[in-house]
Write a protein that binds this ligand. Sequence first.
Ligand code: ZN
Length: 532
Amino acid sequence: MKLRFLGAARSVTGSFFVIETGATRFAVDCGLFQGPRTLQERNYQEFTVNPKSIQFLIATHAHIDHIGLIPKLCKHGFEGLVYCSHATEELAQILLPDSGYIQESEVERKNRKLSRAGKPAIEPIYTVEDATRSLKHFRSLNQDEVIDVAPGVQLRLRDAGHILGACIVELWVEEDGKRIKLVFSGDLGNSGQPIVKDPSTIESADYIILESTYGSRFHPELSSRSEALLDVINRTMAKGGNLVIPAFAVERTQDLLYDLFLLNLEGKLDPEITVFIDSPLAIAATEIFQKHIEFYDDVTRQYVEEPNSQHPLKLMNLKFTRTQEESVGINARQGKTIIISASGMCEAGRIKHHLKNNLWRPEATVLFVGYQAEGTLGKRILSGEKVVTIHGEKVAVKADIQFIEAYSAHADKKGLTNWVKGFVTPPKGVFLVHGEDESLNALAEHFRTELNLPVFIPQWLDEFTLGALEPLEPKMEYREGIMPQALQAEQAYLALSLKLHDMFKENWKEGRYDKIMKAVQELEQQLNRQIT
Ligand SMILES: [Zn+2]
C-alpha cells in the first residue's frame, strides 16, 4: 500500500493525501494552498495525480485548506463521492461557493494587471458554479459508525474537536489479505474548547498522520481567555475606539460570541456595546451553528436547553450586517463597537475595509485571535509593520495590536502529545504534517525521545510504502452501515447525473434543444424497458 503526501507536507495548508492499493486509489482531503505566493501557485498547477483515477475522497472538515480544491478536482474529472460528517457538508455548502467567488475575484484582478502588461488572461482555479456543482459529490455520514466505503476499505469518522463537524478519520485498508489501519487526525482541537466536543481518543493504528500546527507551542489556559478578551474590550472602550477582530468565519467567530455571552452572563460586559458580525460568510456559518445543537458539547447544550436561558450564540446586542450599506454604516461609529469580520488572516473580505478605517487610529484596537500564516496581511500587522498596503493604499498602523493565543482551535504540543499517548499500542509510524518546519521538528524530536516513536516528516510529493502489522485486527462489523452495493449504486447514479448535466449545459448553450430532447427520450425509453 502506498501513501502519498500531495499537500500539507512541510506546510500548514493544502491538505491532500492519496492512498493506493492494487485495488483502489482514494484521497483524504483536497485543500487549497494558502500563504506564501510560491505555495499559492500550486493551486493553479495541474494536479500531481489524475483526478479521474481517484475513486472517492474523505473530507476531515470544512476549512478551505482541507476542502478548497475539491471543486477543481471535480472540474478536472473526479467522479467519486466525498464522504464527510453532516456538519461538514452543510458548512461546505457555504464555504465552497464563497471560495469560488474569491477565486473569480482574484483572477479578475490578476487579469487586469496581465492585460496592462500585454500578457494573455488566466482562468480562475474554479468558479462559483464549479463549486456549487462539486457539492453534488458530498455524501455525509453518521459519526462513530464503521462503514464499508469500497471493497476492502472501511471508514469511521470520530470527533476532532476542532470546528463544528471536524473529524478524525479511522481507515482500515486491506491489501493482499492483510489489513492496515491508518488514522488521520485532520486538525485536532483543544480539550475543553467551548461549543464542540473534545477530540475522541483513538486506541489503535498502524500509522498516524498527525497535524502539527502548534507542535512547538504551549497555549495559555483556556479559562483565562474570556478575561483576556474583557481586558482588551475595556481598554479599547476607555480610549473611545473601536475593537476590530479579524476572525475565521467558522468556529472562531462563534467562539468569540460564546465568550461574549459568558461575560454578559457574569454582568461584566458593558450593555451599551454593540457587537457586529460583518461577514456574509460568518453570518451564514453562525446560523448553521445556532441550528445544530446536536453537535454541541454538554456544557453548551445545557445553556441552550435550560429554561429561560439565553442561547450562547444569540447575544442581545448582536447585529448581523448582511448588506453592503449596513457594513459601510459601521464606519460612522466611534466607540462602544466590536466588529468581528472575516477573513481571519485579513487576505480578503470586509475586514480589509475595517482595517483601513481603524488601523491608523491610536484609540482603536485590532485583536488577532487566530493563526496568521507567513505572507498574509494579518501576519504583517501582527509582526509590527508600521505601514501596510490595503487595496493599493498605504495605511499607517497606529492602533493597538493585540493577540490572544488561547483562541486557537488547534491542540498545542501538550494536546497533541496527550492524544498520541491515548493509543494503547504504539503505532508503526507517525507522519507529521500540517505544520511549519519549527513545529514539525520540535514535535518529531519530542516524540522520538519521550515516546520512543518512529517519526517521519514527509516532503511535498513524497511517497511511502506501508507494511501491515501482524496479527491483523479482527474484521469490524458495521452497525446500521451503508451496504457497499448501495454506495456503488449511488456512485453510478452520480456519474450519470453529472454526465446528463454536462450534456444539457453544452447543448443548451449552443441552442441544440432537439439534441437534448432526443437524449432524454432515449434515456426514458431505456429506463422504461429496464423497469418493465
Ligand atoms: Zn482546520
